[in-house]
Design a protein. Structure first.
Length: 507
């Protein structure tokens, strides 16, 4: 019996190597793997002993030879296959332990070049793995060091101790390992339009199991994009109970909202919508204004900061129950204060937004894929369409409101005053209902506020309803066949209105 070991990741290599040797397998290995086995006191033959050829081209060619792949691919229950092996002096290989060059690590290093990427594309490894997995009823394929422990225990009970179901599961893991590897390479080499290809794969890695999905009867897990370092999937949890599916969704919405602003920003998110959002040079003031956006809905919400949390901001949150706090860092005193709250989860997110280049949503039988809504807009390019121009204060609020509307479910209406969200209407089948909901949330604060609509206003009733509550200015994409009527209503009420020419639906 032969076992071939060829691994880049040598974690616990001695464990599986010794188990195979003790079970009577002859060990065969390559290059550095062979050296590591010998250093562990394990006898192993070089692959070159089987192929009759040395490793070539600086190690690029080691296992690509019929003496290796014939021994792997031969069907043991086919007499003609076994006769061919015998006639050509090829021995069967019964176990293959292999994992791949660290392509993702290589291309993620600062200053990584195309040459670095190409040198870290494994050829022999994927070929070994695929061949072994193809013949899994006869060849045991192991790609994950996490499987070495239980396999070592089984090896002590003889070659038949690993069941056919377990062999099949190991083969599935092997094919998935190669698929994810190839996906990372394809994504790295892809240039220009990320949706130009006829095929697409994503190659995500499991980051954690979840207790359940959106509801207790659903399974759930979090997967990470190995080519993206930032974002909620890459966050470190500094305190609190494990995150739920809904915690992660809301934390992501909160993080995306605050990282859309260059100034110090704070968001309070509930059910994927911001019930509070504000910017201010003083972080604690920004938090307080965000909280005051909707103090009732803030209960049980998620708070996100786009700057490290200061101690004063942490103290300001006392007395309000939050599920999660998200930030790029925490001052020591702030973290100490937050860790005293037993039911609070504290996340530290590396880097910037980290959302990647694509938004992906599954539909029955397939997936909708689009580029992210990351357009960098200049308010100076917006078109004033009313007789009255916005004041400087109103224009600052309109720019803030326009960014805020991007993070609210359509049909989205937001009201803003003093660079703080004071009311919103989200997810309504018609836009005027969203206007009414935002006004109801704002109450008396609506007077003198500005309004943003994520898509065009189809009728003048939106402006009429807003004007009756004292809204002073409106930003919207424009483009309705009734734009003239909408503008006329705004002029009649002395409301300033600007058209952006851009829509920000978020379904």
């Amino acid at each position: 019996m032969k076992a071939l070991l060829s691994v880049f990741d040598k974690t616990d290599l001695e464990v599986i190597g010794r188990a195979l040797s003790d079970a009577g397998y002859e060990l065969v290995s390559t290059g550095n793997t062979h050296r590591s086995l010998e250093e562990a006191g394990l006898a192993a033959r070089q692959v070159s002993d089987l192929t009759g050829l040395p490793e070539m081209l600086g190690g690029r060619v080691k296992t690509l030879h019929p003496a290796i792949h014939g021994g792997i691919l031969a069907l043991r229950d086919r007499p003609d296959h076994m006769t061919e092996l015998s006639d050509n002096g090829i021995g069967a290989i019964d176990v293959v332990v292999s994992n791949l060059y660290p392509f993702v690590d290589a291309v993620s290093r600062p200053g990584a070049t195309l040459g670095d990427a190409l040198e870290n594309i494994d050829i022999g490894g994927p070929t070994l793995i695929r061949a072994s997995a193809k013949n899994f009823p006869h060849v045991l394929i192991v790609v994950d060091p996490g499987d070495y422990g239980w396999l070592a225990e089984r090896m002590a009970n003889g070659p038949g101790a690993v069941s056919m179901e377990e062999r099949r599961a190991l083969a599935q893991k092997a094919f998935q390992h190669v698929a994810a590897y190839d996906t990372a390479i394809a994504r790295y080499l892809r240039e220009g339009d990320p949706l130009s290809g006829a095929e697409i794969t994503f190659g995500y890695r499991k980051a954690s199991e979840l207790r359940y999905g959106e509801n207790p009867h659903q399974s759930g897990a979090l997967y990470r994009d190995p080519l993206v370092s930032g974002g909620i999937a890459g966050a470190s949890q500094l305190h609190g109970a494990p995150l739920s599916y809904n915690n992660i969704l809301d934390a992501d919405a909160a993080w995306r909202a605050v990282t859309d602003f260059e100034d110090t920003a704070v968001a309070v998110i509930k059910h994927n919508n911001p019930c509070g959002l504000a910017v201010h040079s003083d972080q604690t003031v920004a938090y307080q204004r965000a909280f005051e956006g909707d103090t009732v809905s803030a209960y049980g919400g998620i708070v996100a900061f786009n700057r490290p949390v200061q101690a004063e901001s942490a103290r300001a949150m006392r007395g309000v129950f939050y599920e999660v706090v998200v930030a790029p860092g925490y001052d020591p005193d702030a973290l100490e204060a937050l860790r005293r709250r037993r039911n609070l989860r504290v996340l530290e997110v590396p880097g910037t937004q980290g959302g990647g280049a694509l938004d992906i949503r599954l539909v029955s039988g397939g997936a909708l894929v689009q580029t992210t809504d990351a357009l960098d807009e200049d308010p100076a390019a917006w078109r004033v369409v009313t007789d009255r121009r916005p004041t400087d204060r109103e224009m600052a609020d309109l720019a803030f409101a326009w960014k805020a509307a991007k993070h609210v479910k359509s049909n989205a209406i937001v009201l803003v005053k003093g660079l703080a969200l004071i009311g919103l209407g989200a997810g309504q089948p018609n836009r005027v209902n969203s206007v009414r909901l935002s006004l109801n949330a704002a109450g008396d604060r609506a007077a003198g506020s500005v309004l943003a609509s994520d898509a065009l206003m189809p009728f003048a009733d939106n402006v009429e309803t807003a004007g009756e509550a004292g809204v002073a200015a409106v930003v919207q994409p424009g483009g309705s066949i009734r734009d003239g009527e909408v503008i006329a209503e705004a002029n009649r009420r002395g409301i300033a209105m600007v058209f952006t020419g851009v829509r920000h639906f978020r379904h």
